[in-house]
Write a protein that binds this ligand. Structure first.
Ligand SMILES: N[C@@H](CCC[C@H](N)C(=O)O)C(=O)O
Length: 270
């Protein structure tokens, strides 16, 4: 039972998913029985010591024109912008619930998304929004892939203090009010190694889907690679792949591909 003294507490069934170590609590809310009153309940459910523990929480809601709607909350309990790994996990969840089979069109905060899911249900290719604008902040790239990202190329990433450096950039006067996700990338030849400090979690996470997408696009621009591109990315929690088209100006047909696994399920009184 969570620390909630209200008399109308009820059992809520939840599912815990992870995508390359970016982990989420998911609730099938087609019945609208989970009422979001304030950020406190989500904050408690995501708490790693006093709750289930996760980087975020998603509600799968019904929608008249799409297979379902994704409502995403960061671990701080606030409604978030797009979450790429969350998007992949909710697609696996929709297949688990029998709402979809091998393909889907669903609605998220940044608009409609198409996705393909493997027959086993544990690998999802999620189409992300097209990206036009990439700005520079000093040597870093700044872009929005559904969520805002700062991309910084570094050396010796394995030994970097990502928490302290990410926190400092996220809270500098340029970004403090809106916040930003801070990605550090090291080119390893045949793949990129990426670590991310996430806004809304206010900590380093094991993976960030919109983050690795931003990194792949920024590196293509930096290295002037054009055409149909594929970028393999290693993160702390596993491997992801970004596929996209780049004509030297705009990025389109962007897919975030990777694992999405059910870890456990249970009931919680909220
Ligand atoms: N983990 C995410 C990003 C979630 C949103 C982010 N924390 C923000 O507030 O911008 C992903 O996989 O994309």
């Amino acid at each position: 039972m969570l620390n909630n003294t209200s008399a109308d507490q009820q059992h809520t069934h939840f599912y815990k998913y992870q995508g390359a170590g970016n982990d989420f609590v998911l609730i099938d809310n087609r019945s609208l029985s989970f009422q979001y009153k304030d950020n406190n309940i989500v904050l408690q459910l995501c708490d790693r010591r006093f709750g289930i523990g996760s980087d975020g929480l998603m509600l799968l809601q019904g929608h008249p024109e799409y297979d379902f709607e994704m409502l995403y909350f960061n671990a701080d309990g606030k409604l978030g912008s797009m979450c790429g790994n969350g998007g992949r996990c909710i697609v696996a969840f929709a297949k688990h619930l029998g709402i979809i089979d091998s393909e889907t069109n669903f609605l998220a905060v940044d608009g409609p998304h198409y996705a393909k899911v493997s027959a086993e249900g544990n690998w999802v290719d999620l189409q992300m929004i097209d990206v036009k604008d990439i700005e520079k902040d000093g040597s870093a790239y700044v872009l929005n892939t559904g969520s805002p990202h700062y991309v910084n190329q570094v050396a010796d990433l394995k030994d970097m203090d990502v928490f302290s450096m990410g926190k400092e950039i996220r809270n500098n006067p340029t970004y403090k009010a809106e916040g930003i996700n801070v990605n550090f990338v090291e080119d390893q030849g045949d793949h990129l190694f990426v670590r991310t400090f996430e806004r809304g979690v206010e900590d380093e996470t094991y993976a960030c889907g919109t983050g690795v997408t931003a990194v792949a696009l920024a590196m293509a621009k930096a290295n002037e690679q054009h055409g149909s591109l594929k970028t393999d990315i290693t993160v702390l929690g596993g491997k992801l792949r970004i596929e996209f088209d780049y004509d030297g100006k705009d990025f389109s047909n962007i897919f975030l591909c990777g694992p999405a696994e059910l870890v456990f399920e249970g009931d919680v009184k909220v």
